[in-house]
Design a protein around this ligand. Structure first.
Ligand code: SAM
Length: 274
């Protein structure tokens, strides 16, 4: 290898650079990083070939600090989002929920547990007439969402508010969407180090059976949904049956399971007929 494309340009490598890249790849592979070549190239582009910063970031990545925390961003759906240790690192799985939500137009959207704002802001960017409210219980997460909203020029249409689920939510929406914490307490120890050690626990788990947030969301959504409105939640791949039952018991109709590109169950959609 004498060069590669990354970060929008071609990087020509001399012999010393090639050796540094080879070492980095081997170090990341030994640390259990799944795509060490790709990540080495992204880090190289991020530090613009600065050998000292490259070695430092590779060492941090080998210690399983998430790549998004080192780069400071994650590309999600059609945009780049600032990511810090205060928010969940936006996942490709969640893009399936965004795509499903965009299958129908909406004018007012509520995003419960907005985190980086990746769902709310991706939706608003695609629907120029729509307005939205994103709530989170974490003030630090909302600060990240506000940075992302401003960077995408959406702060006139995106309201961000500190709220324990619906507690500070006002108004009616035709789409309520959420990717709540759904990892059960007893599953936390099995997570990858990047997630377990570096992402906020309050974004990952309900410290219970993984389903408690859905109970709150299914029970609270009808009071804030317009007639004909949709409730859509991301789920863990094994939770479709339990969450569908909750939606059904709360009076939602025309339920559908949303699958990701691998065919795994990743979301539940319900309609509210009032
Ligand atoms: C799985 S993360 C989702 C973040 C973002 N929406 C995404 O999809 O990347 C769950 C979010 O819910 C928030 N959250 C947890 N408990 C909450 C509560 N009681 N009320 C509001 N938000 C809450 C967390 O702070 C976190 O930002």
């Amino acid at each position: 290898m004498s060069g590669f494309f990354a970060g929008g340009r071609y990087w020509d490598l001399n012999a010393a650079d090639v050796a540094a890249m080879d070492q980095a790849r081997a170090r990341l592979a030994a640390a259990g990083v799944t795509d060490p070549g790709h990540e080495s190239r992204l880090i190289w582009a991020h530090v613009a070939g600065d050998a000292v910063r490259f070695a430092d970031m590779v060492a941090q990545r080998a210690a399983r600090v998430p790549l998004s925390h080192l780069l400071g961003y994650r590309d999600f759906y059609n945009h780049r989002f600032v990511v810090t240790a205060d928010v969940l690192d936006p996942r490709p799985d969640t893009e399936s929920i965004v795509i499903a939500a965009l299958e129908q137009p909406f004018a007012q959207v509520l995003d419960l547990g907005t985190g980086s704002g990746c769902i709310l802001l991706s939706l608003l960017a695609e629907q120029p007439q729509a307005r939205g409210l994103g709530v989170d219980i974490s003030e630090a997460a909302l600060a990240v969402a506000a940075r992302n909203s401003a960077a995408l020029g959406l702060d006139q249409r995106a309201d961000l508010r500190l709220s324990d689920w619906f507690s500070k939510v006002t108004g009616q929406f035709d789409l309520i969407i959420s990717n709540p914490p759904y990892i059960a307490a007893d599953e936390m120890s099995g997570l990858q180090p990047e997630v377990r050690l570096h992402e906020p626990a309050g974004a990952l788990t309900d410290h219970g059976d993984g389903l408690s947030c859905y109970r709150i969301i299914a029970a609270g959504a009808p009071a804030h949904l317009a007639k004909g409105g949709r409730l859509m939640v991301e789920i863990g791949p094994t939770q479709a049956r339990a969450v569908s039952a909750m939606f059904s018991a709360a009076g939602f109709t025309d339920l559908a399971v949303i699958n990701d590109l691998d065919g795994r169950n990743r979301g539940i959609l319900g309609h509210w007929q009032g």
